[in-house]
Design a protein around this ligand. Structure first.
Ligand SMILES: Nc1nc2c(c(=O)[nH]1)N[C@H]1C(S)=C(S)[C@@H](COP(=O)(O)O)O[C@H]1N2
Ligand SMILES: [Mo]
Length: 419
């Protein structure tokens, strides 16, 4: 094909895409106006209160216009915050200043970010997403054993998927045949600032788990986390019989289940108590929702980003089908909590961020079924947030009224992670 022809075709495709994109954005905008107008008012009210009093005085009430002005005021501090946020040395900022910046970020992220649409791109610009981070994914999940747990759903008992104890569900795992092209992990945590960019394989890690991110080492990690034990026989030390009996009793009490929260951040504060009722949705329950595709930029806080072609179902559609139970005063819970089936990785979100029309329960990437190392059968894409909020292999979605725990927030990252 000649260069000229190629260029014309590319232009043609871009024109076509842009007009499609406009239609799509208009659709999204309309949806977004419709869904959760009320929730948006509720959950934003507190942040808007915190904004420039002068702006409020001018408009007298929180009209849409005053909201936009307030958001713009918040955003003016935002560019500066982002610069700080991205500079690896941000721990060196004097504490009072840092606190102020964090406050600005909270306001701007809260009032501004969870509304707007992230830019979308032509499919031609998308690429294969690299792999980053495998917490909660160290074993392969047996697809037939997958269920999506949902907790806090309104009138759940009426539904056929209702069970008295969602925690009793047993996911099945097999050792990985293929660790996948794991690169490395988000380890530029504020607490680990000293290791940023040293390029060394042996990253600082309190657990001495140098296996993070290195394909072959992951196999070692997997063996020791196999359901029902396993472990490295070579290095096993014989236990005195009394200890052995005590351990056996303990294991039985845990129902032979592997303890949750086995990674650096430890166990989530939101891990469910045994006996928590809820729904166990099948893959069919999820895939029966309308299918959507999206081409957006995926951004990791480490500083890399990639345009990715996603396919899946809108989280907002799942929420609409299985809505949260209202509180006695009629209001909705403010937050959503998600975790992997083994509880090792977990994320918290505002309900509003989950209602965003671009928040996607991803089942395909680059037009193909999602690979396990990218979070099959379902992972989250939320283009208004950094990658660390985009949890792979979602096992639980729970509505809650208290700000949920979050893996990387436990290690010092911002909870909002807004872009
Ligand atoms: N279950 C799980 N989800 C996760 C992570 C993880 O370690 N475990 N890492 C997060 C981070 S920091 C990033 S950048 C993205 C990477 O997604 P990818 O591997 O599909 O590129 O997944 C996010 N979701
Ligand atoms: Mo990341």
């Amino acid at each position: 094909m000649s260069d000229g022809q190629e260029e014309r075709e590319e232009q043609e495709q871009r024109r076509k895409w842009e007009s499609e994109k406009k239609d799509r954005d208009d659709d999204l905008e309309r949806d977004w106006e419709r869904v959760g107008e009320r929730e948006r008012r509720d959950s934003r009210a507190a942040e808007v209160e915190a904004l420039d009093a002068g702006v409020r005085a001018q408009s007298g009430q929180r009209t849409r216009r005053s909201f936009v002005i307030a958001a713009a005021a918040a955003a003016s501090g935002y560019g500066f915050y982002r610069w700080i946020d991205r500079s690896p040395g941000d721990q060196l900022i004097p504490r009072p200043l840092r606190k102020m910046l964090e406050f600005n970020a909270r306001v701007s992220r809260g009032a501004f970010d969870e509304r707007g649409l992230a830019p979308t791109y032509p499919v031609a610009r998308s690429m294969e997403l690299r792999t980053n981070g495998n917490y909660g994914l160290k074993m392969n999940l047996v697809p037939e054993s997958y269920r999506l747990q949902m907790v806090g759903v309104e009138d759940a008992k009426r539904l056929p998927q209702y069970v008295e104890d969602v925690t009793a569900w047993e996911y099945q795992y097999v050792a990985k045949q293929d660790a996948g092209p794991v690169e490395h992990d988000t380890k530029v945590a504020p607490k680990a600032a000293a290791v940023v960019g040293n390029g060394s394989k042996a990253k600082a890690d309190p657990n001495g788990d140098a296996g993070m991110g290195e394909g072959p080492m992951m196999q070692g990690g997997a063996a020791s986390t196999m359901v029902g034990g396993g472990g490295d026989k070579k290095n096993e030390v014989k236990m005195p019989p009394a200890f052995e009996a005590a351990f056996a009793a303990l294991k039985k009490a845990q129902g032979n289940k592997r303890p949750r929260g086995q990674e650096e951040a430890g166990m989530s504060d939101n891990t469910l108590d045994p006996g928590t009722p809820g729904l166990l949705l099948t893959m069919d329950d999820v895939t029966s929702l309308p299918h959507h595709e999206l081409v957006t930029e995926f951004k990791c806080i480490e500083g890399w980003s990639q345009v990715v072609h996603w396919g899946g179902r809108r989280l907002a559609d799942l929420i609409a089908k299985y809505p949260p139970e209202r509180k006695p005063d009629g209001s909705l819970p403010k937050y959503v909590y998600m975790e992997t089936p083994d509880g090792d990785y977990y994320c918290g979100f505002s309900l509003q961020a989950c209602m965003h029309p671009q928040s996607l329960l991803v089942t395909e990437m680059a037009g193909r079924p999602l690979a396990q190392w990218h979070g099959a059968p379902i992972r989250l894409h939320m283009p208004i947030k950094y990658g660390y909020k985009q949890i792979k292999r979602i096992g639980l979605i729970a509505y809650t009224d208290r700000r949920p725990d979050d893996y990387w927030t436990k290690l010092g990252y911002d909870w909002y992670a807004g872009l």
